[in-house]
Design a binder for this molecule. Structure first.
Ligand code: AMP
Length: 287
């Protein structure tokens, strides 16, 4: 695996590749099996795979969260080598990434308004700018993003990627631990007690799936009332500090109504457990 710490050396290398398809997996490091699944998908679908490791300061709305974000570069590079990744791009400063770049203000057409957008002001502008910048540097044929960050995947697919001709965004399913907690770099910051609490998040989401399927057999479901009943379930778990729980149309990200096609219903959650912010999402209908 080639490892590049500067943008210029990466670009020299990429320019020497002729007629090859380039797969790209942007990450913030602290890699886990979920990230490696993206790398594997890219290795399977393209000739060369570039994985970037860059904790982008401009997408953190909270400086403490940025400072505490886990950084494990040596271990990350070992995992990428083991996976057979072709190239790692590890810029060590924001200047390395952003030199010569003029920050843009993206029009997200409202997709940035609900959920993460409401709770993390500025996050999506920062995210879209770094993704745009990295696409411009790597010039990938395909870029791989996890459904774990569903709103991000939607914004990148609908708003950022269309600015690059010939680029396809490949969505990848969320990898989960044995107890179904979504894998996340932030999970390493959970105390053993908080880790136990966190395992209730997927159970509550699966509980909502079960409730929807069960009630739906007998009656037309009013989404607002249904959501309220799920929120009541969360109230029974005060160790999960809920930021939001939403049931939305997964294409528009707007709150679901009775007109939303059932196979587009998706539940989204953000919460704090033991001082660590976790997000997850699941369809409302299984199978
Ligand atoms: P991050 O390093 O958290 O910025 O994530 C980099 C990429 O990995 C993003 O496209 C994430 O959606 C994806 N990702 C993070 N966690 C998971 C997971 N558990 N399963 C699948 N993809 C993931």
């Amino acid at each position: 695996m080639e490892v590049f710490f500067t943008t210029a050396t990466l670009q020299n290398y990429l320019n020497s590749l002729k007629n090859k398809t380039v797969g790209f997996v942007p990450t913030m490091g602290a890699l886990h099996a979920g990230h490696i699944a993206l790398v594997n998908a890219s290795l399977a679908e393209t000739d060369f795979t570039v994985c970037s490791i860059f904790v982008n300061p401009t997408q953190f709305n909270n400086t403490d969260d940025f400072a505490k974000y886990p950084r494990t570069t040596d271990d990350d590079l070992e995992q990428l080598r083991d996976a057979g990744c072709t190239v790692a791009y590890v810029p060590e400063t924001p200047e390395e990434v952003y030199a010569g770049y003029v920050t843009q203000t993206f029009d997200f057409k409202g997709l940035d308004q609900p959920m993460e957008g409401q709770h993390r002001p500025g996050h999506f502008q920062g995210m879209a700018n770094v993704v745009y910048r990295l696409f411009d540097i790597v010039k990938p044929t395909k870029a791989f993003f996890g459904e774990k960050d569903y709103q991000q995947l939607t914004l990148v697919t609908q708003i950022v990627a269309p600015l690059f001709s010939g680029l396809t965004i490949v969505p990848c399913p969320t990898l989960r631990e044995a107890d179904k907690l979504a894998m996340s770099s932030r999970n390493r910051r959970l105390s053993p007690e908080a880790r136990q609490t966190a395992s209730k998040i997927p159970l509550l989401l699966q509980g909502a799936q079960f409730a929807y399927a069960t009630i739906g057999q007998f009656a037309e479901i009013d989404m607002a009332i249904f959501k309220k009943s799920i929120l009541k379930d969360f109230e029974r778990h005060p160790d999960i500090e809920l930021e939001y729980y939403e049931i939305a149309d997964e294409t528009t990200l707007l709150p679901a109504t009775s007109n939303t096609p059932k196979n587009q219903l998706r539940q989204f959650i953000a919460c704090n457990v033991g001082g660590v912010r976790l997000i997850d999402n699941m369809p409302l209908i299984t199978g």
